[in-house]
Ligand binder design. Sequence first.
Ligand code: MG
Ligand code: MG
Length: 251
Amino acid sequence: MKTNRIRIKSSQEIDILKKAGKILSLIIKQVGSSLTAGMTTKDIDEKVESLIQQYGVKPAFKGYRGFPACACISVNEAVVHGIPNQRIIRKGDIISIDIGIIYEDYYSDSAVTVGVGPVNPETQRLLEVTEVALYKGIEKACASRHLSDISHAVQSYVELHGFSVVRDFVGHGIGRQLHEDPEIPNYGQAHQGPVLKEGMVLAIEPMVNMGVHRTRVLNDGWTVVTEDGKPSAHFEHCILITSNGAEILTR
Ligand code: MG
Ligand code: MG
């Protein structure tokens, strides 16, 4: 892909994207800390919807290609795009919550995976490795580095710890659209692809499986699960490329 297809944001756009990211980070924190065993995934989505209303922003996912809810909520072996429903959260489950919002016509997108109650140690390690892998990728998101330096950093860290990165879904540019160029895979060789520039805004989002990297989609047409049924984790931040590294907008 040519670097010039990646939109460079103006300082006004960056101000809006910073505010959008801040609001989304507050929503994610409140939802993440409210999870308890006995809730349904639909209850979580209702909490997300009420917070979105409270902050005066709009949900980005509801209606997106027909998606029926404000949040993607993916439990255990679900990787991404889980549809909230009557499933009851139990102790030991891990819940990936992915939320997109629109603020003044600009998008923000972030995800966390949270364990409920005591989670088994190997699953806990999956959560930690996935979150650190996100930060390993963000460390490489500097002006004049190549896009694939992010991808390579994520994959290397994950595989060093014995887990696998999902290939079927990738991170993305973000701004006036939820998904802009470039695509940001979580795997690949370093020093390939477009050169990063100040003013680019990227959603970096490793999806990490305990077992095989392959996935399949359930009959609901949305929910992506691991092919081997083992757990999967997902963390996502929107970042801005600045003159001295990445600024995390959704922290
Ligand atoms: Mg997301
Ligand atoms: Mg995303």
